[in-house]
Ligand binder design. Structure first.
Ligand code: 6PG
Length: 639
């Protein structure tokens, strides 16, 4: 059975073993074992009478402590406080444990004696100090530490020794991970369990983030080989050249700050992978600035949440292709496997393309979530508000064309209860967001593209936060006449399936337009393959798109989807009409319907908008009889 580390804090009476051992265990978040607790009553009485214990007296005591350590060490690291004065005592204590790391507290005899005199309520009288000093054998391999310092600095010193000793003994790491927040820890666990030689770094923030990396490593014997750091320079030095570092810190200022601290510590050719949800424009700037110094900054989106980061996320990489090729094996090892067993690891293009792809993924995620929320809203009415029945109906969709991870978790959420109540019913209906949805919408607007479902999803969250206006509107409108909702779940399913397709197509259009702007191209079928597992928007639809090759670009209009398109459109119309009559707001369903209906409108009124523009601003317009011709202007009124 794998054993955790055992640390023995040893020394004569008065050296402070108990205080230091307890504090050390507390810092490491592990078990503390007090050796004195194992003494028999006879041993204690003997010592209290001023007589030193013999080796024979000590034998059973040492054996009992050893048994306690052997029982505890498979579960967690252990700190033992024990005098452990002779080598042969330590041999008994260590049996069956592998190596016990001894930390010997030493100091002036005067100070030891003083402490013993001041010590109240302890069976060991000061008179026994000399006999203990006489037999003390300091182990050659022990970390010998001055007991005179403050307990905090002694423990700090010990923790430092722990890091150094581990790190020195090991070859350089293949990968470094910076930031052990929720996502960082999951990704580091993923790497450690795949036997990637790993260094981890977490910053030191007094009283808040202390020894985070060391404690994380100590938590699990499987992380025994991982090197923990709190010193950025030492962390960098622990990595094999060219260095490969994954940043798992918050996007924005925290990422920029680390970029600044890291650059001077790195050498030409080193690679930093920013795996946060950074804005693609920031990634573009950093990539350029680092390239000018001979360093590589790679913007890589990682999707899958806490669980995905551990079990295998989807990875959307950006940066120079030849630099990506150097980190590809590592990223592929960490990534989930797609529907065909290939790694969910997609190179989206140079510079900010990886973060752009992740941002679009999140934009699609926003609308996917919104559509499911609206389905729930509709079904609650169809099902007379029984959450259980809504879940049962949604379960029927699982395994079919609309199968997805988000559908699965929605059903789980609907069924979840706490203290006999539906958890969902306890959650305030005010949705938040960290910004990637808004960024995606801004990017679409900037590229002149409609991302109507995304806009509906972003704005639905924004509207949900308008407490004052919501209250007023509910008073004003809620009681007004409504038409009972008449809708079949078959129609809802068809409309939902098409709305999802429109959402994905709008996302694809955004990716195509951005690639075109960068005079590049993007293989959308390959991207869809990486969306078949690991990421939040993984779904059966992604699988269908992954098999379409170049036709994926405009998949919505392919013959393959003709039935889904025709039936779905009529269903969307029914849904929207029924919901409007029943007084139910379905922004994403409306957005999908209106988008398709607008596209389907042959003689749209945009000719009037053009005329208005030309009327007041002489902006010009194109004529039907010469659509590619020059812009013409009409003098609409005398000046
Ligand atoms: C993912 C998620 C992840 C996160 C979003 C949530 O792919 O793993 O998209 O990145 O859940 O940032 O975004 P909001 O907080 O804006 O909803």
């Amino acid at each position: 059975m794998a054993m955790h580390e055992v640390y023995g804090v040893m020394g004569v009476a008065g050296s402070g073993k108990t205080t230091i051992g307890k504090l050390l265990a507390e810092k490491m978040g592990c078990l503390f074992v007090e050796g004195d607790d194992f003494h028999s009553a006879a041993n204690k009485a003997k010592m209290a009478s001023g007589k030193a214990l013999t080796d024979v007296d000590r034998e059973a005591w040492l054996t009992d402590i050893n048994a306690a350590l052997v029982a505890a060490a498979p579960q967690q690291p252990v700190v033992l406080a024990c005098s452990a004065l002779k080598e042969k005592y330590r041999t008994i204590l260590s049996q069956g444990l592998g190596t016990v790391r001894w930390i010997c507290l030493v100091g002036e005899t005067g100070l030891l004696r003083q402490r013993l005199v001041n010590r109240k309520d302890h069976f060991m009288p000061p008179v026994l100090l000399d006999s203990q000093l006489a037999i003390l054998e300091i182990p050659q391999q022990a970390w010998t530490i001055d007991m005179g310092a403050t307990p905090e600095s002694i423990v700090e010193n010990i923790l430092q020794h722990m890091n150094e000793s581990k790190n020195e003994a090991m070859p350089p790491s293949a990968l470094g991970i910076i930031g052990l927040g929720v996502m960082g820890k999951s990704l580091a666990r993923n790497a450690a369990e795949k036997n990637i030689a790993l260094s981890v770094y977490n910053r030191f923030v007094e009283q808040q983030e202390e020894q985070v990396a060391a404690r994380w490593v100590a938590e699990d014997p499987l992380r025994k080989g991982v090197k923990p750091f709190e010193d950025l320079a030492l962390f960098v030095q622990s990595l094999a050249a060219p260095r490969k570092i994954i940043l798992m810190v918050n996007a924005g200022p925290a990422t920029l700050e680390l970029a600044e601290k890291l650059a001077p510590l790195l050498a030409q050719g080193d690679m930093v992978i920013d795996a946060g949800n950074s804005h693609y424009a920031q990634t573009e700037q950093l990539t350029k600035a680092w390239a000018a110094q001979g360093l590589h900054w790679l913007g890589v989106g990682i999707s899958g949440g806490e669980k995905g980061a551990y079990s295998g996320p989807a990875v959307f990489a950006g940066g120079e292709k030849k630099v990506f090729e150097q980190v590809r094996p590592l990223l592929e090892t960490l990534a989930a496997k797609d529907f065909q067993g290939h790694p969910c690891c997609f190179w989206a293009g140079t510079q900010g393309a990886g973060h752009f792809a992740k941002m679009v993924h999140n934009g699609i995620e926003y609308a996917e979530m919104e559509l499911l929320a609206e389905v729930y809203q509709l079904l609650k009415n169809v099902c007379a508000r029984s959450t259980l029945r809504v879940a049962t109906m949604l379960k029927e969709w699982q395994g079919g064309t609309v199968d997805s991870y988000l559908l699965d978790i929605t059903i789980q959420i609907l069924l979840h209860e706490e203290n006999g109540e539906k958890t969902l019913d306890q959650i305030l209906d005010r949705a938040e967001g960290k910004g990637t949805g808004t960024w995606a919408l801004n990017a679409a607007t900037d590229l002149g593209l409609p991302a109507t479902l995304l806009a509906a999803a972003v704005q639905a969250r924004q509207i949900s936060a308008q407490a004052f206006a919501r209250e007023k509107a509910q008073i004003a409108f809620d009681a007004l006449d409504k038409v009972p909702l008449v809708l079949t779940t078959a129609a809802l399913l068809k409309g939902y399936a098409l709305a999802r397709m429109v959402n994905h197509q709008q996302g694809f259009d955004l990716l195509t337009a951005q690639a075109k702007r960068n005079q590049a191209s993007i293989d959308l079928a390959a991207l869809a393959a990486s969306w078949t597992n690991g990421c939040i928007i993984r779904s059966r639809l992604a699988q269908d798109l992954a098999t379409m090759g170049a036709a994926a670009d405009q998949f919505l209009w392919q013959p393959h989807f003709e039935t889904a398109r025709q039936e779905g459109f009529l269903a969307l119309r029914q849904i929207v009409v029924a919901a409007v009559g029943a007084g139910i707001a379905l922004p994403a369903f409306h957005a999908a319907y209106l988008y398709l209906q607008s596209l389907a409108t042959k003689d749209s009124p945009m000719n009037l908008v053009q005329a208005q523009r030309d009327f007041f601003g002489a902006h010009g317009y194109q004529r039907k009889d010469n659509p590619q011709g020059p812009s013409v202007h009409t003098q609409w009124e005398p000046i």
